[in-house]
Design a protein around this ligand. Structure first.
Ligand code: FAD
Length: 304
């Protein structure tokens, strides 16, 4: 069977680009497909990445692409992968250009989709005053009036971080609080207020949150908010499901140490394969998946 490239990489974010780097350095051929919906698109700063702390996310991707220029076995397609199916010993993929290509292996690096609270102002403030992670955005709002939107055990996992960051913290459960007795006791002991009323809007100026309004008419001033995810995560594509890759309870592909999914020849890395969501960790898992595939390809080549 003739293959157009050895590897199809779906997603040109930190995970997909780092996988491409590993493949390029081992002279493997790969097509990186990306349809420009990076997870951190709403942010103007990418923090917590050594040597590039504070860089613009688009600039970071541009620098990686520049690094990849010298590896001429790596090619790019700016568009979507619409479908991937098994075909003989490999895979056949249809792209949004309507072209069809054959590959030996596939890397799923298409990330996750954030769900927005359907309340005015939320989407506008996402990544600017409403954050998903204090490592990415926390230092900048330290010592200010913060809020935590969430409920249940997930909230208490994040609580120590945001409690320490804030000068004053309020929890917004946006509906009935689902707290255990010891969790309620902790909030009382630490004097942390929680509001169960439904949020009706976020009042802001430019990119800066001013206050949050509630169904009962109350208004609470805040400088920044952390919003916890609801599980399972929605992934940016269903290609992996269609290939029958198994997922865990949180919605991520189940992978081995080197990114191998439950389906032969299919690897996954980055946000769609782990709950640890950061550029550094996505890049690391992309590097591992790339190395995993290189090893598989070259072992197959040796035993031909
Ligand atoms: C608002 C915000 C700010 C953040 N800030 C930081 C930060 O400061 N520091 C940090 O370390 N982390 C930050 N993160 C987390 C970080 O963005 C992610 O962990 C990281 O981008 C994950 O990389 P990835 O490659 O897995 O996915 P992504 O970066 O989301 O890339 C996936 C790519 O796949 C493409 N794609 C999807 N489906 C298809 C398809 N069918 N065909 C072709 N292409 C497809 C998308 O267009 C996208 O470009 C932030 C997250 C958010 C939400």
């Amino acid at each position: 069977m003739k293959f157009d490239y050895e590897v199809l990489i779906i997603g040109g974010g930190p995970a997909g680009l780092s996988a491409a780097l590993a493949l390029g350095r081992m002279s493997r051929t790969a097509l990186v497909c990306d349809d420009s919906r990076p997870r951190n698109a709403a942010s103007s700063h990418l923090n917590n990445f050594p040597t590039r702390d504070g860089i613009h996310p688009a600039e970071w991707r541009k620098l990686v692409r520049k690094d990849l220029e010298k590896y001429n076995t790596i090619r790019f397609f700016e568009g979507s992968v619409l479908s991937v199916e098994r075909s003989g010993s490999g895979f056949i993929a249809r792209l949004s250009s309507d072209k069809i290509f054959h590959f030996k292996k596939v890397i799923l690096a298409y990330g996750v989709e954030d769900k927005y609270l359907q309340v005015p102002g939320y989407k506008e403030l996402w990544g600017k005053s409403i954050f998903h992670c204090p490592y990415c955005h926390g230092f900048e709002v330290r010592g200010s009036k913060l809020g935590l939107i969430g409920n249940g055990d997930t909230l208490f996992y994040m609580l120590p971080l945001i409690y320490d960051l804030a000068s004053d913290l309020v929890i917004f459960t946006n509906g009935k609080a689902e707290f255990k007795e010891e969790q309620r006791n902790l909030l009382e002991r630490k004097n942390i207020r929680f509001i169960e009323d439904k949020i009706t809007g976020f009042i802001y100026e430019g990119e800066k949150l001013k206050s949050i309004s509630f169904e009962n008419g109350e208004n609470v001033e805040r400088d920044g908010l952390y919003a916890l995810p609801t599980f399972p995560f929605k992934l940016k594509s269903t290609i992996g499901e269609k290939l029958r890759c198994e997922k865990d309870q949180f919605g991520f592909y189940k992978v081995g140490e080197k990114g191998k999914t439950s389906v032969d020849g299919v690897y996954a890395c980055g946000d769609n394969a782990s709950g640890a969501h950061s550029v550094l960790l996505a890049a690391a898992s992309g590097g591992m998946a790339g190395a995993g595939i290189v090893h598989e390809l070259l072992s197959e080549k040796l035993s031909e």
